[in-house]
Design a binder for this molecule. Structure first.
Ligand SMILES: N[C@@H](CCC(=O)N[C@@H](CS)C(=O)NCC(=O)O)C(=O)O
Length: 210
């Protein structure tokens, strides 16, 4: 059975899409249109009761429904790949950075910028929530940048953790928030990678990053 990957172009699933391409895996892509409600259909919810993307169904039929589990599975089940370093310290750093990017910068910050209505009573003013979201993203990216320091990639070499860092940098670029120095350099480095370029092209952002 092929790996099945449920994704939405330009969303957090872009980070996983990059890892799949970097690993040169064969996988089937299923496009989920969040605006149209594709992630709320009974069929989708039967597979992922959270109604979120990314979802990845492994070649053994196991259903993985969050960024960290999918990234970890990719690093582990292709353990001889270069996407996960073997020692415990590297694994802990990868977990720390991915968790911070996905659950703090995205989960607390970007959700306020992209879906302020989820934080407001009906008809409430979205602007203060969006401003708070931007502040959380800015301070979160500063933390990630300091933690990255002079490393070219999160663990020195490219690893599963760079997929998560990339998508929170990509979104900052999309909404015009400046990236702190180390993140800006990491983002540019990522944009030079053939797999990243392929993914952006496939997801409809090719013309932006030629
Ligand atoms: N913590 C989740 C975040 C996933 C997530 O929030 N995805 C967003 C798109 S970037 C989503 O599916 N939103 C639709 C919804 O929550 O209804 C994970 O690790 O996968």
């Amino acid at each position: 059975m092929n790996i099945r990957f449920y994704m939405t172009p330009g969303s957090c699933s872009t980070g996983i899409h990059i890892l799949l391409e970097e690993l040169e895996l064969v996988f089937e892509v299923y496009l989920v249109d969040l605006m149209k409600g594709d992630s709320r259909t009974p069929e989708y919810l039967a597979m992922n009761s959270k109604g979120t993307i990314p979802t990845l169904v492994t070649n053994e039929g196991e259903v993985l429904t969050d960024f960290l589990s999918i990234a970890w599975w990719l690093g582990r089940s292709h353990g001889k790949s270069r996407l996960m370093l073997a020692d415990l310290t590297s694994e802990l750093t990868a977990l720390e950075m991915m968790n911070y990017a996905v659950n703090v910068v995205h989960g607390l910050g970007y959700t306020r910028v992209f879906t302020p209505e989820n934080y407001l009573p009906r008809g409430g003013d979205p602007e203060p929530v969006i401003a708070q979201g931007k502040q959380l993203v800015t301070s979160g990216l500063k933390w990630l940048s300091r933690r990255l320091g002079s490393n070219e990639y999160v663990l020195g070499e490219f690893s599963i953790a760079d997929g998560a860092l990339f998508y929170v940098e990509f979104w900052a670029d999309r909404i015009g928030l400046p990236l702190p120095d180390a993140c800006a350099a990491h983002y540019q480095r990522m944009l030079q990678r053939p797999a990243v370029r392929r993914v952006l092209m496939e997801e409809g952002y090719g013309s932006l990053y030629r």
